[in-house]
Design a protein around this ligand. Sequence first.
Ligand SMILES: *Cc1c(COP(=O)(O)O)cnc(C)c1O
Length: 364
Amino acid sequence: MAALPTPRACVAAIPPYVPGRTPAPRPGLTTYKLSSNENPYPPLPGVLEAARTAAEQLNRYPDMGCTALYEELSRRFGLPVERFAAATGSVALIYQLLQAFCDPGDEVVHAWRSFEAYPIALTAAAATGVPVPVTPAGEHDLDAMVAAVGDRTKVLLLCTPNNPTGPALTDTQVRRVLAGVPSHVLVVVDEAYVEFVRMADPVDGFALLRDFANVVLLRTFSKAYGLANLRVGYAASTVEIAGALRAVSLPFGVSGIAQAAAIASLEAEDALLERVEALVLERGRVLDGLRDSGWEIPDAQGNFVWFDLPDAGGDRTTVFAAAAEKAGIVVRPFPGEGVRVSIGEPEANDRLLDLAARLFRSTS
Ligand SMILES: *Cc1c(COP(=O)(O)O)cnc(C)c1O
């Protein structure tokens, strides 16, 4: 028989991405999606108008150079435009940087459980993942991560706050990592939830960029800015690293609508901060409520909380998710490990608190 086209061996090894489910409509009950860390608010003021205007040019390719977006980022952060690279979500930037920096078999050190796109993207790049278990508190085990850096390590990924467990790194911690790894190792600081961080000694990513030439910051418009559907994020780094990210990017990947909406979102900073603050307050209310009912919840610095439910059979996570579904909220179970629940509308958060109190009483 004639040979058939075969993908590279790494393709068969790519783990599936499990998206957060969307609730099924339930007559007489409002349902809430708390499974994808989305923003419950509609687009910021001025954003829909900007997107609509951009949509009038649907017949034209977008500005491939993302000129206006880079200019706005440059103004905002005081870095030259050449130090930014935009892409279709920061997930795309993770793919791009692994593609640009890893040869087959090169190693990528990352925490685990962490963002599920990491093993997917590094496997697609034929790189080798070196997952380092998070601590029982859901924190990166930084000493172990630094110790895991070897001759073949090209990239070290830091996810702060860590999705799905919640804790964030301090600036001191990140600087210690940077001092502890060789300067040819690319250290990625994935700050998808940076706007929600409220802690002492928070990471100052742009100060890190001034002090280290092997750092990449990843930011997204999907979470705090509420543009998950438009697919736009950016990296900030050195001119060389940003240039490598741009070189491997999909031509015209970021649509004109996404570029316009991202700029309008950056300009709506006051409204953004107000909404983020409201979500942070809700997060505090949820954390207090859960802890009052007896749950041990790790520090939550993103727009989500983590229920640590280790169980080889995966039963506790399944039970939790099914009970949530009944209560009209869809959560994100990680079978056998835990459940992540996004902070949503106050009514959705109330339902979570109710449910968690009932579940705690019935299982303890
Ligand atoms: C959501 C998320 C991203 C980025 O998502 P995009 O929508 O692709 O920008 C990146 N990192 C982490 C840890 C996330 O949770």
